[in-house]
Design a protein around this ligand. Structure first.
Ligand code: SF4
Ligand code: SF4
Length: 485
């Protein structure tokens, strides 16, 4: 029986009406960004910061302070040298303070001027800028690079691509070497590299840091900002309508459209945007600022420079794309009015906290003791009876000289009648030297008999001796003396 004439069942009718299934990928394939080179005043600022930060990064490890490297975080000996200061792991509080200062400074700058850090000083931006410059040297600007990528492999293409990668690898290795030079004396490190005698850990870190630089600045670029950096995610929490951001003045620019330089755009019903697309072509994250503020925007102002160039060529006023605030744009505020709005509660709170922390850290560093003492009781024996019925407790003292000269220290203790310290009471430490010493304290039998058994509070006093033999500074540390039952 031919069932072509049979009426369709409800199930098959529903199936026919259902839309065709579609497979949607949850991962968007990356579109390679060919950022165009740009010139302009903000580009000059960015390159100034590239020079300053890189001169500091590559140059600082080579500066000496007396006999040693000025900036050295020696992990093996656990000494951290910052010019004239010597820090020990016990000074970790300063690292916490530094992190707090960095965080509050970032909050403050972000609240006032948006992603200034990202656009001008972040290592990801700076290294990407340098790597892109190398890329341009070997492969040319945007259109030349696009053409080269589309072209089949040839000797010339291999030479250009190969040259770029060799330059990138050398730059990345130099960066890795410099990074390790902050933790191992860089001159020693250079000697070891020359002699092919680099240790396994140093080799690992030079290669690891170098590889991270090569990967992040050569290939990942904007993806680090978009997908890896947490700051990109939470910076919007610090923004408000008076924060300086990169904006497109849609009121002035729209309706956009191509036109000749000679015509008056108003006569054609056009705004100032010529729809040339240059602001998109120069953007290192590949976004269109004309769509409004987007989290991908790192605030580099390349689009501002590009658009200002177009405005100059067209004979229009600069600033179609510019640094402005949301309120400034909406309410047509003057620069003076915007500047007055900088002093708002959140900015004042960030500034006050920052000033307090910086003041506290500076005072603490200025007043910090030039030596440190750690005292631990000998855990092997709490107390023991020695000659003539004296009761003895043993302690381990760690003395740390936080200066760069030889120092002598006198150790004493008090807290119980007749408490005495047999043996040497003074010691000499070399520059930045730390040493553990064993110290015994004793009380006479009369004290042991007249004092109730148990732990009693005592104090150690460590006095630094000046050259003339006078004590010039002292530290008092609490400990306990145990009397047996
Ligand atoms: S939109 Fe402009 S400021 Fe933002 S990342 Fe792109 S070029 Fe830089
Ligand atoms: S560079 Fe300026 S004029 Fe050209 S498309 Fe962008 S906003 Fe419009």
């Amino acid at each position: 029986m031919n069932d072509n004439n049979a009426s369709p069942s409800p199930a098959s009718a529903a199936a026919a009406a259902a839309p065709a299934a579609q497979v949607v990928s949850l991962y968007q394939a990356r579109k390679k960004i060919y950022a165009r080179a740009v010139t302009g005043r903000f580009n000059q600022w960015r390159w100034l910061f590239v020079w300053l930060t890189q001169l500091a990064f590559y140059g600082l490890p080579w500066i000496n302070w007396g006999e040693r490297q000025a900036l050295l975080f020696e992990l093996v000996s656990r000494r951290f040298y910052i010019f004239g200061l010597v820090f020990y792991p016990q000074d970790l509080i300063y690292l916490s303070a530094l992190l707090m200062v960095s965080a509050y400074a970032l909050f403050l700058f972000t609240a006032v001027a948006g992603r200034l850090w990202c656009g001008y000083a972040c290592p990801q931006t700076v290294y990407s800028e340098v790597f892109m410059w190398v890329e341009r040297v070997f492969e040319g600007d945007r259109s030349a690079r696009m053409k080269l990528d589309d072209a089949p492999m040839s000797g010339a293409k291999a030479l250009r691509k190969g040259g770029k990668h060799v330059a990138w690898v050398l730059l990345a290795l130099w960066t890795g070497f410099t990074f390790v030079g902050y933790f191992t004396p860089i001159r020693t490190l250079a000697g070891e590299v020359m002699a092919n005698a680099l240790g396994p850990w140093q080799t690992f870190w030079v290669l690891f840091y170098g590889f991270a630089t090569y990967l992040n600045a050569g290939f990942m670029r904007e993806q680090i900002c978009k997908y890896v950096c947490p700051y990109a995610r939470f910076q919007s929490a610090m923004f408000d309508k008076d924060t300086l951001i990169i904006t497109y003045d849609a009121e002035r620019g729209e309706p956009r459209g191509a036109r000749s330089r000679k015509i008056d755009p108003k006569s054609k019903g056009l705004g100032d945007c010529t729809d040339c697309g240059l602001c998109v072509q120069v953007c290192p994250t590949g976004i269109d600022i004309r769509k409004g503020l987007q989290y991908e925007c790192i605030g580099c102002a390349a689009c501002v420079d590009a658009c200002d160039g177009v405005m100059d060529r067209m004979g229009y006023a600069r600033g179609l794309v510019r640094y402005d605030t949301e309120n400034g744009l909406a309410q047509h505020l003057s620069r003076g009015q915007e500047v007055r709005r900088v002093l708002r509660p959140r900015v004042l709170v960030y500034t006050s906290v920052l000033v307090i922390i910086v003041g506290a850290v500076a005072t603490s560093i200025a007043l910090r003791s030039p030596f440190k003492v750690d005292i631990v009781r000998d855990r092997a024996s709490l107390a023991r009876i020695v000659d003539d019925g004296f009761v003895e407790n043993v302690y381990r003292l760690q003395l740390m000289n936080a200066t760069e000269s030889v120092q002598s220290y006198a150790v004493s203790a008090d807290g119980l009648p007749g408490l005495e310290m047999p043996g040497a009471k003074t010691m000499t430490l070399g520059p930045a030297e730390a040493r553990w010493i064993t110290v015994a304290l004793r009380v006479p039998p009369q004290t042991a008999a007249s004092t109730k058994p148990g732990a009693h509070e005592i104090h150690f006093t460590v006095e630094r001796q000046s050259q003339a033999g006078d004590s010039s500074r002292s530290l008092r540390e609490k400990s306990t003396f145990v009397l047996p039952r």
